[in-house]
Design a protein around this ligand. Structure first.
Ligand code: HEM
Length: 198
């Protein structure tokens, strides 16, 4: 295959993977909000169902980013420090998703999935799991940070500064945004994916 065509195809697939990653993060964010706002087992279950396909689509999107991304990195004419930093950001996103969200959901999912009627204190604690919120906000922030690196292409050290800055912003967002949702009166307003305050 003509190298230019191969490069363009790889870039297209890479960006499709990026679109997939942001779609996954959007669905995850909406579902996490819904889970936090739920008061009964019946309210929380549709949100868990919404999260289920992400276990396949999420790693699929990451693979679609990584494989063409490595090809692009190996063949690009003028690379730079942003590629290595982008890889670090990418690995951090994968690690947070697997080691934090994956592990926590393995506990939170069954706890909430089996709940009947009003959520008891153990289920409420599970639905407000702060590790899930922090992992989510960090991955969203890092993904945006890597888009910055990929489009503006800074050197390695400025790229690391960008990743560090977005990570701090992500942590602050996780504390403020999700902490607000933890308030019971806010939680009482919205419930299931069918929408509407109840
Ligand atoms: C969360 C992870 C990633 C995101 C959000 C992302 C995003 C993007 C975007 C939006 C572009 C298009 C930039 C443009 O055309 O101006 C791009 C290009 C590129 N990406 Fe990534 N990327 C990610 C991970 C990676 C990884 C892990 C690698 C390889 C180690 C990589 C290597 C590249 C290369 C070499 C280009 C080509 C840039 C060009 O031809 O101008 N990316 N990426």
């Amino acid at each position: 295959m003509d190298p230019t065509v191969a490069y363009d195809l790889a870039l297209f697939l890479h960006v499709v993977g990026v679109v997939g990653l942001f779609a996954v993060l959007t669905v995850e964010g909406v579902a996490l909000r819904g889970i936090r706002a739920s008061l009964t087992g019946e309210q929380v279950r549709p949100w868990l169902v919404l999260l289920r396909p992400l276990r396949i689509v999420g790693p699929g999107a990451l693979l679609l980013i990584l494989v063409p991304g490595l090809y692009l990195a190996a063949t690009i004419e003028t690379g730079g420090g942003w590629i290595a930093a982008g890889l670090i950001g990418f690995l951090a996103i994968g690690l947070l998703g697997g080691a934090i969200t994956g592990r926590r959901m393995a506990v939170v999912g069954p706890t909430l999935g089996l709940a009947q009627g009003s959520l008891d204190s153990q289920a409420i604690r599970a639905s407000h799991d702060s590790a899930l919120a922090i992992s989510y906000a960090l991955r969203l922030a890092l993904a945006l940070g890597v888009v910055w690196l990929m489009t503006l292409k800074p050197d390695f050290v400025p790229s690391l500064v960008v990743l560090g800055a977005v990570a701090v912003l992500g942590l602050v967002a996780a504390r403020t945004r999700f902490a607000a949702l933890a308030e019971p009166e806010v939680a009482g307003r919205s419930v299931g994916p069918s929408g509407g305050a109840q």
